[in-house]
Design a protein around this ligand. Structure first.
Ligand code: 0A1
Ligand code: ZN
Length: 861
């Protein structure tokens, strides 16, 4: 297995291309036979042999233009076919073993369903191929399988023929007319319940919609199908993009490494992102289903019709598609809570990644295992970069740029530079400096310094940027940053600068620093920056807590108001860290009480504003964190908050009426606000009865889970009793039970490690299912601060022991769960050395996967 890194700079076009593929697949649990007939043409010089990718395949035979061909060499990951003509047909027969494929890449069989996952490099585990995204071919696929066990046989495109054989098997042939790279190949065989619908596009084309789910789960698929139709309509209205095949299929499977996959015409989904009903799914689950359904659908244009030239360009499709799904979700639900949700992801996870040894630009330069680069940087920071294009070009300009992108590149495999060039046609702003966002990693810090001259009534505000060096890049350049900029005085009057550097509320910062001048200023101004999170940056604003509260009161931008509250909490927690929590002035508590009172009817804003920043977010504004003292300070603040504000919290809690369950934005906001309030009230004398009442009365999973979360850590007896009740109700439904696994794994208690061992022995737990592993070990490593960061290092060791076992089964999932360990740089020296000791154990392990090797070795370099 090669541990060699590939570099973006070394890209070479393929020496051969494949125009058409005819595949015949005879399904068998341990010996599925693949016959693939490839039409191959040489596209570069004559001297080269054909080198096909292949991984874990048993070659049976190979023919060239119908004749047995023996001038071949099998190497570890490749098959070399020597001395081939310029155009020819290659027919390859090979066997694979889907049942023992626990890595869930390529073709695998789990729970009696065959399915595939080919992105990024999984097709080479099915047959020998030029498994790279810049080789585009049409596919015709015939599947054969037992008719009783696998009545449904699916592949990409349209079904064109089918038949039965005498031996109890049947077959179906599928044709996909759109040339595609191998990573978009898919097949499925199983026995499902089917939901059917149809959609007529604006131009009048009728599309069949099919959603395949586990038997008995049909009613839980309705919301996903409705979401799909909303996404289809939205893409037509917003970007003029219609669906292109006659049929669109979605299959929900229980064993899946990621969220979902956009295979042409045949999306495969983790059932977590399809199945949802009021009883089993929370409001957040409903939201996620709709956004993932939309994300995969939107890929049909941004990813499939226009695809990536090479994997370094992954953000070309992912950043753009995440931005599209965010815009869609904002339109379907609410702009503010969506924006806050995404900013939380950036601050909790992306900033941490950028500050770690895995730091990389949204277009990485160097990759050992591509699966490691499906990251928050490529996806979420990538989407932030697209959002900045949107800010710079405006709604209409962005649409024009997108139209130009499709006009130029439909049917092609292209680069991020091609995207920028298409966008450039729609604006006078020179985008070459802006394009540095593709090559520079790290989080820029925007610092503000102010100079006030009371006599002259003028104020200068200097806005400076600085990107600290990262593990992958020591030298940084100033970026082109759109900084949404507002300025207020203590009475809430808004000011803009005299030179007009701020245009339409945005300062385009393209230098290391710039100074803004303000006149007619009677008292010092308060800069309010990065409204709506206009750039993926940190801000150093040095505001006093009084000024933060003024920002909350007077800022026009709702995101800025929410953010000001986060800063207030951050400041308070810092006081508790210094042991001065008790001295926080009454004026601060009174101001917080006023906020709650004044916003009591604004459930959306209040719900968000009452969420105390997580431990992970707090880490991003601190260095060399002692996890246990920060965690305790946070918890002490939460206690003080709920006790001091108990009466107003309770009053607002009682004022929110929740009728019978509806999934609409008004009710979602009300439930969210109520559950956030319950979380605080759980720390008060009312806690036990409120939590038990809500659990007993709940007619939906949002309130059930809200009660459990409130009890967790605050009310051990209620928690124990309600968790037992929950388990007995949902024991038969592992997808729902994952919530229970996750709650147990994140509970801070002294015996958490033995609790984890019990969870791993639970009849519903299996190391083979990524959802279970994430619910138990992922939740613990990412979110159980006290347990994972135990001072004796036992939490780190526990996770490492498990990772050694998991890596042999599913390296991709293991390499995700190892992330918190690799981010040791953030913590105090004693923790650093305990974490590194475990990373060294992993690195020394014989047979470590390439996935783990890359992350662990980088983190120790
Ligand atoms: N392209 C999919 C995500 C995905 C990526 C890799 C996978 O396996 C390694 C699976 C899915 C998306 O963005 O939804
Ligand atoms: Zn995607």
């Amino acid at each position: 297995m090669s541990m060699q890194a590939k570099r973006r700079a070394d890209y070479l076009p393929p020496a051969f291309t494949i125009s058409d593929v005819k595949m015949d697949v005879r399904l068998h649990p341990t010996a599925t036979r693949i016959t693939s007939e490839l039409q191959i043409t040489r596209v570069s010089d004559h001297s080269q042999h054909l080198e096909l990718d292949g991984d874990n395949l048993s070659l049976v035979s190979i023919k060239l233009d119908g004749e047995i061909f023996e001038d071949i060499e099998q190497r570890e990951d490749t098959l070399i076919v020597r001395n081939v003509p310029d155009t020819f047909t290659l027919t390859i027969v090979n066997d694979i073993d889907p049942q023992n494929n626990k890595a869930l890449e390529g073709l695998y069989l789990s729970q009696n369903t065959y399915c595939t996952q080919c992105e990024a490099e999984g097709f080479r585990r099915i047959t020998y191929y030029l498994d790279r995204p810049d080789v585009l071919a049409t596919f015709e696929v015939t599947l054969h399988g037992d008719k009783a066990q696998y009545p449904t046989l699916l592949a990409n495109g349209n079904p064109v023929a089918r038949g039965d054989n005498d031996d109890g098997t049947h077959w179906v042939t599928w044709q996909d007319p759109f040339p595609k790279p191998s990573y978009l190949f898919a097949l499925v065989a199983g026995d499902f319940d089917l939901l059917e619908d149809s959609y007529t596009t604006t131009s009048g084309k009728s599309v069949k919609l099919e959603l395949y789910v586990d038997k008995g789960k049909k009613s839980r698929g309705i919301f996903a199908l409705e979401s799909l139709k909303r996404a289809m309509k939205w893409d037509e209205d917003t970007f003029g993009l219609e669906y292109d095949l006659d049929i669109y299929m979605i299959v929900a499977v229980d064993f899946f490494n990621m969220g979902a996959m956009e295979n042409k015409g045949l999306n495969i989904f983790n059932s977590k992102f399809v199945l949802a009903d009021q009883r089993s799914a929370t409001d957040e689950d409903f939201f996620n289903v709709e956004s993932v359904i939309a994300h995969e659908y939107f890929h049909n244009w941004t990813g499939n019709r226009v695809t990536c030239r090479d994997w370094f360009q992954l953000s070309l499709k992912e950043g753009l598609t995440v931005f599209r799904d965010q815009q869609f979700s904002a339109d379907m639900t609410s702009e503010l809570s969506n924006r806050i949700k995404h900013v939380r992801v950036m601050r909790e996870h992306q900033f941490a990644e950028d500050a770690s040894a895995m730091s990389h630009p949204i277009r990485p330069e160097e990759v050992i295992e591509m699966n490691n680069f499906y990251t928050v940087t490529v996806y979420d920071k990538g989407a932030e970069v697209i959002r900045m294009f949107h800010t710079l070009l405006g709604e209409d300009g962005f649409r024009k740029g997108m139209d130009e992108y499709f006009r130029r590149h439909d049917g092609q495999a292209v680069t991020c530079d091609d995207f920028v060039a298409a966008m450039q046609t729609a604006t006078d702003i020179d985008l070459s400096h802006f394009a540095q966002w593709y090559s520079q990693s790290g989080t820029p810090v925007i610092s503000l310094t102010t100079m006030f001259d009371e006599r002259k009534q003028v104020m200068d505000i200097t806005v400076a940027q600085h990107t600290p060096p990262t593990a992958d890049q020591s030298h940084k350049v100033p970026l082109f940053i759109p900084v949404a900029f507002d300025c207020i005085d203590e009475n809430g009057k808004h000011y803009t600068d005299v030179d007009g550097k701020i245009k339409d509320g945005v300062l385009l910062l393209d230098a290391p620093s710039t100074t803004l001048h303000f006149t007619g200023v009677e008292s010092p101004l308060i800069p309010v920056v990065l409204g709506n999170f206009s750039a993926p940056a940190k801000v150093n604003n040095n505001l006093s807590v009084e000024q933060m509260l003024l920002v909350f009161r007077y800022a026009k931008d709702a995101f800025n108001r929410w953010d000001a509250m986060q800063s207030v909490y951050n400041w308070c927690i810092a006081e508790f860290e210094k042991g001065q929590g008790e001295q926080i002035d009454d004026s601060v508590w009174n101001a917080l009480s006023d906020v709650i009172n004044n916003e009591a009817d604004n459930h959306e804003l209040l719900g968000e504003c009452l969420v105390i920043p997580t431990f992970e977010t707090l880490c991003q504004t601190r260095q060399r964190v002692d996890p246990n003292s920060l965690n305790s300070a946070r918890s002490a603040f939460c206690d003080a908050f709920s006790i001091k504000l108990a009466s107003v919290l309770k009053r607002v809690f009682d004022s929110i009426s929740t009728d019978s369950y509806q999934y609409d934005q008004r009710s979602v906001n009300a439930r969210r606000c109520k559950n956030v309030l319950l979380n605080h009230l759980a720390r008060t004398e009312h806690g036990d009865s409120l939590v038990r009442q809500q659990y007993a009365a709940a007619d939906n999973m949002t309130d059930t889970l809200g009660a459990l979360k409130a009890a967790q850590g605050n009310l051990p007896d209620a928690f124990e009793a309600l968790m037992q009740n929950f388990e007995s109700e949902w024991n038969v439904d592992p997808l729902v039970l994952d919530k229970w696994f996750g709650l147990h794994a994140t509970t801070e208690r002294d015996d958490i490690l033995s609790q984890l061992s019990l969870l791993k022995q639970h009849p519903q737990f299996t190391i083979n299912n990524p959802n279970r592993v994430r619910a138990v070990m992922g939740s613990f490593a990412f979110f159980n601060t006290a347990g994972f960061h135990r001072a004796d290092g036992a939490g780190y060791k526990y996770v490492t022991d498990y990772l050694l076992e998991l890596d042999a089964v599913n390296p991709q999932v293991a390499a995700r769960v190892v992330t918190p360990l690799t981010q040791w740089q953030n913590y105090a020296p004693a923790h650093q050395s305990l974490m590194k000791a475990q990373l060294n154990r992993l690195l020394g392990h014989k047979g470590l996967s390439r996935d783990m090797f890359e992350k662990v070795s980088k983190s120790l370099a």
